[in-house]
Design a protein around this ligand. Structure first.
Ligand code: PMP
Length: 315
C-alpha cells in the first residue's frame, strides 16, 4: 500500500486503518468462509466523488453469503457503509483522470468453529486504497493464454460468487502464464474443456460483426457488474448483445475480444494463444470495444451524465 487511508469500516463503526485480531479457530482461516467485493470511487471533472452501482455489489455479496451460509448486511446497510468509508477517505480520491479510490469490502466467518462448519459470527469490513490509472491489468491490450486443463470453477461449486477461496487455486497458472509473457489466463469450462468461461478476474466478451456475446454465468462464472452494464450499453448502442455459450474455436474467429471488470473497466484483448496457436484481434481506434469503453468510463468518471440511475454521489 502506498498510503494508509483514513477510515476503515469494521462491524458497524469507522475505525483507523490497522491490523485486526482474528481467532485462530475462525472459519475464514480454516475453511475459507469469506467473500470480497471490489469497487471504485471516481472524482468527476467538477470535483464531486461518485461510486458506480453499489447496490449491485451489495446484492452480489448477499448471494455469496447465502451460498456460504453467512449473514450479510442488507443492501441499505452495505451502501451506507460504503458511503461512510468513502466520505472518511475523500481526500484520497485522486483528481479526475488521475486514478480512483479502490474500495475493498470483506465479509468473513470470524467466529470460532471446531468442526467443518460455518462460523456462528461474521465480520463485515471495508478498506480503501488510492490507485493510479496504471493499476495492474488496466493498461492497454491483454494477451491471453487459454488454459485447457485447469478450469477456474466447477459446476455446483462457488465460481458464481466472490468467494475468497476461488482465487488462490489459479495463482500458479496465472503466474506461469505471466512468466511466459502473457497478461492473463482465459479459462474454459470444467466438463468439456471447450467453452469459454472467464479470465482470472474479469469477464470475457467476443465481437463478431454486429454481435457481442458473453458466456451465461450458469453458477461457474462471476456475474460481473461491468459485464451486466456492458450488455445493456451494447443493446442501447444498437448491437445484438447476448449471453450465449461459445467455444474457444469461435473466440479465435472473433473480430474483437475484450474483458470487463471493476479494475480494468474494459480492456481490449490483442491476442489469444490456444495450444500454441496465437490469434490476433482488432484493437484501438474504430473498434466496438473502444466505443463501449468510452461510454462506460464516461459514466463512471462523471464525464457523461448518468441517466440510468447507476451512479451514487458521495455528499
Ligand atoms: N470475474 C471474476 C472472477 C472477478 O474476480 C471479477 C472482478 N470482480 C469479475 C469477473 C468482474 O466483475 P465486476 O465487473 O463486478 O468487477
Amino acid at each position: 500500500m502506498k498510503s494508509n487511508p483514513d477510515g476503515t469500516f469494521s462491524d458497524g463503526a469507522l475505525v483507523p486503518f490497522g491490523t485486526i485480531e482474528i481467532n485462530p479457530h475462525s472459519s475464514v482461516l480454516n475453511y475459507g468462509q469469506g467473500l470480497f467485493e471490489g469497487m471504485k470511487a471516481y472524482r468527476t471533472p467538477t470535483g464531486e466523488v461518485q461510486i458506480f452501482r453499489p447496490e449491485e455489489n451489495a446484492f452480489r455479496m448477499q448471494m455469496g453469503a447465502e451460498r456460504l451460509l453467512m449473514a450479510a448486511p442488507s443492501v441499505e446497510q452495505y451502501v451506507d457503509a460504503i458511503k461512510q468509508v468513502v466520505r472518511a477517505n475523500i481526500r484520497w480520491v485522486p483528481p479526475h483522470g488521475k486514478g480512483t479510490l479502490y474500495i475493498r469490502p470483506l465479509l468473513f466467518g470470524s467466529g470460532s468453529v471446531m468442526g467443518i462448519a460455518p462460523a456462528p459470527q461474521t465480520t463485515f469490513l471495508i478498506f480503501t486504497n488510492p490507485i493510479g490509472n496504471a493499476y495492474k491489468g488496466s493498461s492497454a491490450s491483454l494477451s491471453l493464454l487459454v488454459h485447457d486443463s485447469l478450469p477456474r470453477a466447477f459446476p455446483g461449486g462457488t465460481g458464481g460468487v466472490k468467494n475468497i477461496s476461488n482465487y488462490s487455486p489459479v495463482f500458479q497458472v496465472v503466474k506461469e502464464a505471466k512468466c511466459k509473457g502473457f497478461s492473463d489466463v482465459l479459462f474454459l469450462d470444467a466438463v468439456e474443456h471447450k467453452y469459454v468461461e472467464e479470465v482470472s478476474s474479469c469477464n470475457a466478451f467476443i465481437v463478431k460483426g454486429n454481435k457481442i456475446s458473453t458466456s451465461p454465468t450458469l453458477g461457474t462464472i462471476l456475474p460481473g457488474i461491468t459485464r451486466k452494464s456492458i450488455l445493456q450499453l451494447a443493446l442501447e448502442l444498437g448491437y445484438q448483445a447476448e449471453e450465449r455459450r461459445f467455444s474457444v474455436d469461435e473466440l479465435l474467429e472473433a473480430d474483437e475480444v475484450f474483458c470487463t471488470g471493476t479494475a480494468v473497466s474494459i480492456s481490449d484483448v490483442c491476442s489469444a494463444t490456444y495450444k500454441d496457436r496465437k490469434v490476433e484481434f482488432k484493437t484501438g481506434e474504430n473498434t466496438v470495444t473502444r466505443k463501449l469503453s468510452e461510454m462506460i468510463r464516461g459514466i463512471q468518471n462523471g464525464l457523461t451524465e448518468d441517466n440510468r440511475g447507476w451512479v451514487v454521489k458521495i455528499d
